[in-house]
Design a protein around this ligand. Structure first.
Ligand SMILES: Cc1ncc(COP(=O)(O)O)c(C=O)c1O
Length: 375
């Protein structure tokens, strides 16, 4: 075992998936967002566990991720949230991977690929209802549809949009987005186009906006055990899936006046016991936690003393009895009755839990626990 590692609790993932399902009308299905290596949790094992738990759809951001899922034997439909490059379309059609479509030239390419393969090419129309990012503007969908619907081989399977502020307490703007989304669905309906899947809800939509659920919801962060924000009105009972652990590499007793780490930003005020841990900003531990963060050792909080380096941090364990070299330290997660959450680390470093998970999740060593296979 290396000196630092990430544990992924697949039992917690299944629990969180059930929490999503509990919020839904029985006819609403779940699309699990597993892009960006499942927010750092390991795309293939997470996708496998979700598939076994009954997830209906998965989403990634890029085609190569979908290809990797298919190579690993994942069979549920996969949506590519950034769409496809022209050179990827034939393979995507063969693998029955669905892109979002928002550009007529991409639609023409997809149609060509479908005809080349003699297979239908299902796609999801990406509509911008007010996020201002990707998608056909909601009030211009009619023109877009007229341009693409006559193209042979294309199959309009879904309509997708994204909520910009669903995680804020004030839901007024989200409701405007939902009503624009309904406007697009009505337009399709008037044209005789009934889509199988309309979807606009991220985790915040799942939790707080039942009228935004439609046939499919697209949670990401809540599957991984974090709330999208502290403003959520109806939080769920979620369990963190990721724990980041390491061993104490060295213990040192130093007198008052000893500088610790780069820049000598921490100087001991008393006789101090310093533990050096083999985790740094290269492992996703933000440098902004220099002299601000804490880790858990022997079930107690040990403050970060000095700067976070690339591969190490130093923590003050003076008040903690019986600490030994090789003791397990928890960087993210629980030990005894104490917990360090991704939200705590995110708050201290001016970001969100999503980024903390993605960065820590790049760690080379992941251990998967409590999977259905290992039961
Ligand atoms: C298009 C889209 N749908 C759904 C999600 C999932 O959002 P969340 O993780 O907040 O549930 C994301 C995440 O960024 C996204 O980009």
């Amino acid at each position: 075992m290396p000196s630092s590692w990430i544990e992924i609790d697949l039992g917690a993932l299944r629990h969180n998936y059930q929490q999503v399902c509990r919020r839904l009308h029985p006819a609403t299905r779940v699309l699990g967002v597993v892009k960006s290596d499942a927010y750092g949790h390991g795309m293939v094992p997470v996708a496998r566990e979700l598939e076994k738990s009954g997830v209906h759809f998965l989403a990634v951001s890029k085609f190569w991720e979908a290809r990797e899922l298919r190579s690993a034997g994942i069979r549920v439909p996969i949506l590519v949230l950034l769409g496809l490059e022209p050179g990827e379309m034939e393979e995507a059609v063969r693998l029955q991977v669905r892109p979002v479509l928002f550009r007529p030239d991409h639609a023409r390419e997809l149609s060509r690929a479908a005809r080349g393969r003699d297979l239908p090419a299902p796609f999801h129309l990406k509509v911008d209802t007010g996020m201002g990012r990707l998608g056909v503007p909601w009030d211009r969908t009619q023109g877009f549809l007229e341009e693409i619907l006559a193209l042979p081989g294309l199959e309009l399977e879904g309509v997708v949009s994204h909520l910009a502020v669903a995680d804020e307490a004030d839901k007024a703007y989200s409701k405007i987005q939902v009503s624009r989304f309904r406007h697009v669905l009505n337009l399709l309906s008037r044209k005789g186009l009934e889509v199988t899947y309309a979807h606009i809800s991220n985790s915040a939509g799942v939790l707080d906006i039942p009228e935004a659920h439609f046939q499919l919801v697209r949670p990401g962060i809540m599957l991984y055990g974090s709330s999208p924000s502290r403003e959520i009105l109806r939080p769920a009972d979620l369990r963190p899936v990721m724990t980041f652990k390491c061993k104490v590499l060295q213990l040192k007793d130093v007198p008052p006046g000893s500088p610790i780490g780069y820049g000598r930003t921490f100087v001991t005020q008393r006789n101090t016991r310093v533990a050096t841990l083999p985790v740094g900003y290269d492992d996703g531990y933000p440098r902004l936690l220099s002299n601000r963060g804490a880790v858990l050792v022997r079930g107690r909080r040990a403050p970060v003393a000095g700067r976070v380096s690339m591969n190490m941090i130093t923590v003050d364990v003076t008040g903690i009895p019986d600490v030994r070299e090789d003791d397990e330290a928890v960087i993210l997660g629980s030990q005894g009755s104490e917990q360090i959450t991704a939200d705590e680390i995110a708050d201290l470093s001016g970001t969100i839990s999503y980024e903390i998970y993605c960065n820590m999740g790049r760690h080379a060593c992941k251990v998967f626990l409590n999977g259905l296979d290992s039961a």
